[in-house]
Design a protein around this ligand. Sequence first.
Ligand code: XMP
Length: 508
Amino acid sequence: MDQLIIVLDFGGQYKELIARRVRECGVSSVIWPGDTAADKIKQTRPIGLILTGGPDSVYMPGAPKCDSGLFTLGIPILGICYGLHLTAYALGGTVAQCAAGEYGRTEMTLDASCPLFDGMDSRQVGLMSHTDQVTALPAGFVAAGSTRSCQNAVIMDRARAIYGVQFHPEVENTPNGTAMIRNFLYKVCNAAGGYDIGEYEARVIDEIRAQVGEERVLLGLSGGVDSSVCAALLAKAVPGKVYCIFVDHGFMRKNEGDEIGDAFPWRRKLRLIHVSAGARFLKLLKGVEDPETKRKRIGAEFVRVFEDEAKRLGDIKFLAQGTIYPDVVESGANKSATIKSHHNVGGLPDSMAFKELVEPLRGLFKDEVRMLGRRLGLPKALVERQPFPGPGLAVRIIGEVTSEKLGILREADSIFREEVRQMRDRPDQYFAVLTDTRSVGVMGDFRTYGYTIALRAVKTTDFMTCEYAHIPHKVLKHTVARIVGEVPGVTRVVYDITGKPPATIEWE
Ligand code: XMP
């Protein structure tokens, strides 16, 4: 088997990010439950273990524990935050609540001779988020890093290759965090590197086959990157068994509904079903202003359409979706707070006629999905496509969705995208929003009263955070002139320069 890092999960919000950083450093990783038996881990022969953070205090009753046999397997271990506490506690050290917790970017003094910090300055910044700390070290351990209020911010036992850090090396707020993880992999676990997305592909194809067996699968295809990559994977894993259903809910961008079938490269290999359901969806949104209600209604109706098709095709039990990791986090399915119900996740109704969901991209980030798409041979234009919300323009129209508003937004959005496409250094995502604000304008000698269009363009790699894009004023000016000149019903256009956080990319 290829070299593997097992990430043991104790409920921390960054577990996927840890697994992703390991992959980024060229080593395969999987996430397993924190209480996995040491014997099972031994049989898998990973080159290292990473114990994640978590919200609990190790000394409280019911706090998640690991099998203490892990520490005698001779496999290198890195404990992060709660994982550090667990390591210290299990090996006879003590952990207690500190007088003052540490939250945010914190100055640290590190022992530069510790292999984790090889090649680094002893002054580093790390993201801290804790109220507990290690107050007495277990036998054999020494402190290899501290902050003003935390003596044991890093602990190590070189002989047993067991390390623990109080900060989070996996997040961008720890500037040298990825380098520290790389050091753990290459200097402590003796990784050989060489992992690429092909390994993920092979593993996930095996998993799809094991899950689906001889059954057929219905895939919700939107024409975006995620569902297209999902289709390609399914076509490889269970050829001939995949039905792709494209539901045109009437909230697509200009010409998009018609183009979907043409742009899709496996038309001949997969069965593509095109359902036009615009009127049905628009009726559902009559009088609805709340964006979450829009998402839930559209999500539920999608599944009803899928169920109808599945019945028509003769009892299909599996529904596949291109859900990716950021969708899972933001929909609150990962124990974090719900930000919005991403169409693939929180938008699904509680009861469905399908037996199981197939979501092979659930552990990946957007740039990794694109990498996989390239590997699977998808055309460049498709792989680099901007994300587009499942509920489409319905969530880019603030307030009630009507066919008049849809018409206005479609035109304005098409103009903006046309103009930005001509730029050399293009933003990662750009689109128009129809706000619910109407205001007085003047055209010729006449008073007008129309909608305000907001333009949004952002720079981002993971779509979980972003900065606004610096679009040249010339492009903005030209876009505004075209929108107010060519789209009746618009009197005003604004450009949004808010980042995420505090805003989100979409405008709901
Ligand atoms: P927000 O607005 O949460 O969006 O900052 C983050 C990214 O996700 C896209 N997005 C979606 N993608 N289904 C998707 O596949 C959805 O329901 C959905 N809603 C938002 C959004 O366009 C941005 O790129």
